[in-house]
Ligand binder design. Structure first.
Ligand SMILES: Cc1cc2nc3c(=O)[nH]c(=O)nc-3n(C[C@H](O)[C@H](O)[C@H](O)COP(=O)(O)OP(=O)(O)OC[C@H]3O[C@@H](n4cnc5c(N)ncnc54)[C@H](O)[C@@H]3O)c2cc1C
Length: 485
């Protein structure tokens, strides 16, 4: 990064600037951080993964479902194969849990047969089971289910963990992240773009999710419109395989993959989503959709333990009117790259999208080398995965690892301090919750929030009144984001 003062305005110059720190922006930044380039990520919220990446079904789909010949299909298949190695590289959780697509009756079985032939054509491992055989491993499969497509390469992740880890490692290797920074203007100059009158960049990558069209309109009439499709969920307390052992899908409809039962990496189960267009791309309130989910889920599973429900939430899919991902360099404006309309299966596809954007669209524009001495991030400390000896050694070294703050998820003070101190560290109560889970459990933060606030205020040397619960702006974040640059 270079900078110069001209007429008292500081202009910052970068090789590549990415707008949006969702899974696409973070993984592209991570790929680029392996090369000798000055890279900047701009994010309007006060943390990464606050858009669609922070609220979804958290699944790495096998690729059985997207339309043949679509970019969704191409990148889903490639991304599915990349995830296990990527998660190992980033030191984050990946569980190859497998999925059942469950059909009941002739009409649904015929739709299942289409998916089965797509699996064959696409080289996706699969097995076909009758209802009774499937119920031997999934006893809560609804009685009406007569035929099941088993998809063993379906995985589950924690999407914001992948995004945060990718950004953390990118920052360890020189990438700059500016939070609380909304892009409101872009001008194309001779050989660069000028963003918000203060940042210059040679290459600009639009990863702004539901706002990709607004970004494009700053430079030219947008070739696509992006709308938001809401999906709501119930979250059930830790069930650890006592309800379902796989992801359970119904057969898909024209509205999408339908209402699923999805075990999470941490042993909870999510039920959802529905799929409804909303006017406001920021409207993530839950409501009537939950009634729909209660009704629909009974088509595939029985004995749903609704009394274990601890939380509801909604996510917003960046739905594009072209009905496929739009990933290409602009045909009118050189060096402006679209990564737009990344709705489902965007999470599954993101590693492959990042690889193609970097290798095919960005690197050919620069003469750059791979960075030497690339730094690897450390895994978030997870005491639940350590044996007694390891935990004792950790507490001997730092007694704060023995002081439990979150009783539901058993998270200690030392673990919380670690996620605040890192590159791309937590700056809000929600930021701590997303990284190490205090507030994710049965009490939903009722007991631990004041303690998390105290720790944040000590670590950030800020008055507790300046620290926010979640993404709706934070003075502390603004100050830190400016310092970072
Ligand atoms: C309900 C639901 C369920 C889903 N389930 C799955 C699933 O199981 N598997 C799967 O593969 N996919 C799933 N998806 C899709 C997946 O979540 C998305 O495809 C993916 O997260 C999109 O990532 P992104 O980086 O493109 O966008 P986002 O995560 O939305 O990131 C865009 C970022 O850009 C920022 N931004 C916008 N405008 C500006 C601006 N002007 N200046 C600065 N920053 C800006 C936003 O704040 C945001 O952080 C689901 C989506 C939803 C909503």
């Amino acid at each position: 990064m270079r900078s110069f003062a001209s007429y008292f305005i500081i202009v910052l110059m970068f090789d590549v600037t990415i707008i949006g720190a969702g899974i696409c922006g973070s993984l592209i930044a991570h790929e680029l951080s392996k090369f000798d380039l000055a890279v900047l990520v701009l994010e309007k919220e006060n943390d990464v993964a606050e858009g669609a990446t922070g609220a979804n079904s958290a699944m790495v789909h096998s690729g059985h479902d997207p339309k043949p010949g679509s970019l969704k299909c191409k990148y889903n298949l490639l991304g599915n194969r990349m995830y296990p190695a990527l998660c190992e590289e980033l030191r984050v959780n990946y569980v190859p849990i497998g999925a059942f697509v469950a059909a009941g009756g002739k009409e649904e079985e015929e739709k299942l047969d289409i998916l089965i032939s797509q699996c064959k054509e696409r080289g996706i491992p699969f097995e076909v089971l009758d209802g009774d055989t499937a119920r031997e491993t999934e006893p809560n499969l609804a009685d009406r289910i007569t035929k099941v497509l088993s998809l063993p390469t379906t995985g589950i992740i924690t999407p914001w963990e992948v995004s945060i880890a990718a950004m953390e490692e990118a920052m360890l290797n020189g990438t700059k992240l500016k939070l609380n920074y909304e892009v409101v203007s872009i001008e194309k100059k001779d050989d660069h773009f000028l963003i918000n009158d203060e940042i210059e960049t040679k290459v600009l990558i639009n990863c702004a999710g539901a706002h990709c069209d607004t970004i494009t309109e700053m430079l030219r009439p947008s070739p696509y419109k992006v709308g938001a499709k809401k999906g709501e969920y119930f979250v059930l307390d830790h069930l650890n395989g006592t309800f379902v052992n796989h992801v359970i899908y119904p057969v898909p409809t024209e509205k999408g993959k339908g209402v699923l039962a999805v075990p999470t990496v941490h042993g909870n189960v999510m039920l959802g989503p529905n799929s409804e267009f909303v006017e406001d791309a920021e409207d993530d309130a839950t409501g009537d959709g939950l009634d729909f989910i209660r009704k629909e889920i009974g088509k595939t599973v029985k004995n749903v333990p609704f009394h274990k429900m601890i939380h509801t939430f909604a996510g917003l899919r960046p739905h594009i009117d072209l009905n496929d991902f739009y990933i290409q360099e602009d045909d009118q404006i050189e060096n402006f790259i679209h990564v737009a309309g990344i709705e489902s299966p965007g999470l599954s596809a993101a590693p492959a999208i990042a690889q193609d954007v970097v290798n095919d669209m960005v690197l050919p524009k620069f003469e750059c080398k791979k960075k030497e001495g690339y730094k690897r991030r450390e895994r978030f400390i997870d005491i639940s995965k350590m044996n007694e000896e390891e935990v004792n050694a950790l507490i001997q070294k730092d007694p704060s690892f023995g002081k439990i703050v979150c009783r539901c998820e058993k998270i200690s003070e030392g673990v919380i301090r670690d996620v605040i101190r890192r590159e791309c560290g937590a700056r809000t109560i929600k930021g701590v919750k997303m990284r190490c889970r205090p507030g994710m459990g049965r009490c939903q933060g009722g007991f631990c929030e004041p303690e998390v606030l105290r720790i944040l205020s000590e670590e950030l040397k800020a008055d507790p009144s300046e620290i926010l619960l979640d993404r709706k702006g934070s003075n502390v974040c603004v100050a830190l984001a400016k310092e970072d640059l």
